[in-house]
Ligand binder design. Structure first.
Ligand SMILES: [Zn+2]
Length: 151
C-alpha cells in the first residue's frame, strides 16, 4: 500500500479490523520509509489476497475453491446449502481479517477442518483424508479415533 506522504511503496500493518458493516477492512499502517501513519479502507472483494501453497507457489485466494472443497466433502450428507454457505462465509471472513495479506494453504485447510468437524463427522473425515493425505490406514484410524474421543 503506497504511502500518501512520501509515496513509498511499502508499509507495515499495525492494526487490522473489519468495519461494522463487515464489507471492508480498516487498516492502520505505518510507512517503512518515513514512518508516518495512515489508515486505509479496503473492500473485501477488491483485496488481493494470496495463499502460499506447500510447494512455495502463490495463488489468489479463492472463495470458490474453498466452497468446492467443502461441497465435495459434504456430498450426499444431510447438510443444507445454508450451512455450507455460512461456513464458507466464516472461513473467508477469518482469512481476510488477518494482519498479513497472505496466508498459507495449511492455515486455510485447518480452518476448513475446524468448521467441518463442527458440522458433520463424515464430511470432516473425508476432507481430512484428502487434505492430510493420509499415507496409510493407520493415520486414518488415528484421526477417526481422535474424533470419536471428542464426541
Ligand atoms: Zn512514507
Amino acid at each position: 500500500m503506497r504511502c500518501p506522504f512520501c509515496l513509498h511503496m511499502d508499509s507495515k500493518v499495525l492494526d487490522s479490523r473489519q468495519t461494522e458493516e463487515g464489507g471492508s477492512i480498516r487498516r492502520r499502517r505505518e510507512c517503512i520509509a518515513c514512518h508516518r501513519r495512515f489508515t486505509t479502507y479496503e473492500r473485501l472483494d477488491e483485496m488481493p489476497f494470496l495463499v502460499a501453497k506447500k510447494d512455495g507457489r502463490r495463488e489468489a485466494f479463492s472463495r470458490t475453491k474453498i466452497l468446492n472443497g467443502i461441497l465435495r466433502a459434504c456430498e450426499k450428507r444431510p447438510i443444507s446449502s445454508e450451512t455450507i454457505e455460512r461456513a464458507v462465509d466464516e472461513i473467508e471472513r477469518e482469512v481476510r481479517s488477518n494482519l498479513e495479506q497472505e496466508v498459507t494453504s495449511d492455515y486455510i485447510g485447518e480452518l476448513v477442518m475446524d468448521k467441518l468437524r463442527a458440522i458433520d463427522d463424515v464430511a470432516y473425515v473425508r476432507f481430512a483424508s484428502v487434505y492430510r493425505q493420509f499415507k496409510d490406514i493407520d493415520s486414518f484410524v488415528v484421526e477417526v479415533e481422535q474424533l470419536r474421543k471428542e464426541r
